[in-house]
Design a protein around this ligand. Structure first.
Ligand SMILES: [Fe+2]
Length: 234
């Protein structure tokens, strides 16, 4: 399996292009509208056949490239059924499987950062969205967020994956590219194994975070699968 990680600096977002090298069938996770040219170039270079566009959740900090990619390829867009996004092609829940060529992508419902957060597992890699970040996690104070649910999603689901599983998150703000389940179990300052659910809920309730800068533009746009004009890419 070929994996390419893309970084969009304005929202510090990681997107992932995964391809079966034998069949050239590919998928993309969390594409950002402002990086559309990079994805199209990658698809062209790899001579890939894009099958699916997956969202880990409905983003509040950038506009998805889902609609544009659907228009320019034959790929189908995929979101969790709780997302409230009616324009998607496929609505998923825990346990769904997707094939691209000889590769298998498995859906892990991991609510908590939002009520529709989903992680995706493929061959030793887990794409965790904002559920599990490198030494952190997404906030839980909007979009149906719940610290209790996030803790359970991480401890009961993501932390049951093998320790060597590579963690690819939706963001990093400190220049890290990836982590592992083993590292996060031991060192994540909010979610490591030794931290109780009560301690985690207390941490999340006292973060004192600012209102997200892009949320009023990003959420309505992403509920339309990113089908909007945007000139805000600089
Ligand atoms: Fe998010």
């Amino acid at each position: 399996m070929y994996i390419k990680q893309f970084f969009e600096p304005k929202s510090s977002t990681y997107s992932y292009f995964l391809m079966c090298e034998e069949s050239k069938e590919a998928i993309i996770i969390d594409p950002v509208q402002c990086d559309i040219e990079k994805y199209l170039e990658e698809i062209k270079q790899q001579q890939a056949n894009l099958q699916y566009i997956f969202e880990t959740h409905i983003h509040a900090d950038h506009i998805t490239a889902s609609h544009t990619l659907k228009t320019l390829t034959s790929a189908k867009s995929v979101v969790h059924k709780n997302s409230g996004v009616e324009c998607a092609d496929v609505f998923i829940t825990d346990g769904c499987d997707f094939r691209f060529g000889q590769q298998l992508l498995q859906v892990l419902a991991t609510p908590g950062h939002t009520n529709a957060c989903t992680s995706y597992y493929a061959k030793g890699y887990v794409f965790t969205g904002d559920t599990l970040l490198i030494n952190g996690c997404g906030r839980t104070d909007f979009q149906g967020g719940s610290a209790e649910k996030l803790y359970q999603s991480v401890h009961r689901k993501l932390f049951t994956l093998p320790s060597e599983t590579i963690v690819y998150p939706a963001h990093d703000y400190k220049g890290n590219f990836s982590s592992s389940i083993g590292h996060e179990k031991e060192y994540n300052p909010r979610l490591a194994l030794h931290i109780s659910q009560e301690e985690f809920i207390h941490i999340m309730a006292n973060l004192d975070l600012a209102y997200p800068a892009q949320i009023d533009q990003a959420l309505p746009a992403n509920k339309l699968c990113g089908r909007v004009q945007t000139s805000d890419c600089d």
